[in-house]
Every structure is written in structure tokens, then in C-alpha cells.
Design a protein around this ligand. Sequence first.
Ligand code: ADP
Ligand code: MG
Length: 229
Amino acid sequence: MAAELKRADRLAAVGELSARMAHEIRNPLAAISGSVQLVALRPWVDEKDERLFSIILRETDRLDGLLRDFLFYAKPNQPTKVALNLHRVIGDLCALLATDPRLEGVGVDNRLPDDLVVQFDKDQCTQVFWNLLVNAAEAITGDGRICVDGALIKANGGLNEVRISIRDNGSGMSQEDVKRVFEPFFTTKKGGTGLGLATVYRIVETNGGRMSINSALGKGTTITLYLPA
Ligand code: ADP
Ligand code: MG
């Protein structure tokens, strides 16, 4: 027990330290990006310079996104649990995703009963389902479907849970990849951070839930979440 606690303390300290570090890097990065944008407006800037400036801006943006994702992973906020209607959360996200180029040609079936309620942090809930829907959309090339299903599971004695599944008919994964998806920085995407599922896993855990993944190469992927009702 004491050894377990020490390990948890150590992990928290490492999280704290790396979160500080990420934070410290983001500030000067914003200054660099802001200054470059101003210099790029000067009259003597030619086409060649413009190209170089746009590379600087693209890469500072990318670095900033990576640091932001890393901060979410390394130091998730203490959850403030509230009662959330999941049908509505997914509905709002679908409306948002409909404008995203990644979702072109992808249909989302929101089959959640409209009275399904979970106890979860509101922002973290949005982040969890956003990451999962984007992953599903990115796994689909051409036309495809994402199906979100859910049900209340009455427990004998203990607490009730809500089971939610997010199923896509995208690329699927090999069993070797399935074993690694929750590892931070594991990615098979060009430009991916590999922090999406690691963050989802952490958030779900700190909100008192659990999750599992099932995938078959060429067939698709199903993510199942069990969240406190
Ligand atoms: P990223 O999206 O930045 O790569 P994630 O942590 O979100 O990082 O996902 C890690 C990896 O898991 C992805 O690169 C991909 O290989 C795999 N993956 C996640 N979700 C799916 C999915 N729905 N279908 C197929 N592969 C997936
Ligand atoms: Mg992702």
C-alpha cells in the first residue's frame, strides 16, 4: 500500500513538472508566432520570405497544439461531476463536427436514448467524445458510418452504470496496435500526437469510469465506455 502511494505521488510530481514545463514553453512560443505575423506584414517581404514565415507559423502552431494536448494528458483538471444528458452532448458535437473537413462523407448515427444521463465533468465529457469521434472519422476513408449506442445498466447492489459504444466501419487496427493505443505518443498517423486515447483513458478513469476497445483490421473499431450513471 505504502509503495503504491509513493508511486502515485511520484507520477503526480512528474505530471506536475512536465505540465509546468509545457506551460513555460507555450508563452515564448506565442511571442514568436505573434512577432513573425507582424514582421510578415512589412512592405519589403517578398514571396520567398512569405513562404518561410508561413513555415514558421505552421510549425509554431503545431508545437502549440502538441503542448496543449500534452497539458491535457499530463495534468487533467480535477473533475467537477454534474448530471449530463449524453444524447445532447453527442448531438452538439455532431453539429460541430459536421463543419469539419475530416467528417466529409461520414454519417453519425446518434442512437442514444434521449433520457440517458451520466455523472461526468462537462468539459472533459466533451473532450472524450470529441477525441473518439475524430479518431473514428479519421479511420474512415470515403463513405462510412459512426454509430453511437448506449444503455443504462442496473447493478445488483452497487452503483448503476451507463454503457456507451462508439462503432465505426473504418480501417480497424491490428491486434499489436490495439495493445498500444492507450500509450501516450503511440500514433500511426502522419502528424498525429498519439495523445488522444491516452487522455481519454485518464479522464474516464478520474471520473470513475472504465473503457475497452475492440478492433479488427479492415472491419472497424468499437470503443466501449462504462460511466457512472
Ligand atoms: P492520434 O489520433 O493522434 O494518432 P490517438 O491516441 O487518438 O492519437 O490514437 C492512437 C492511434 O490509435 C491512432 O494513430 C490509430 O492508429 C489508432 N486508432 C485510434 N482510434 C482508432 C479508430 N477508431 N480506428 C482505427 N484506428 C484507431
Ligand atoms: Mg486521435
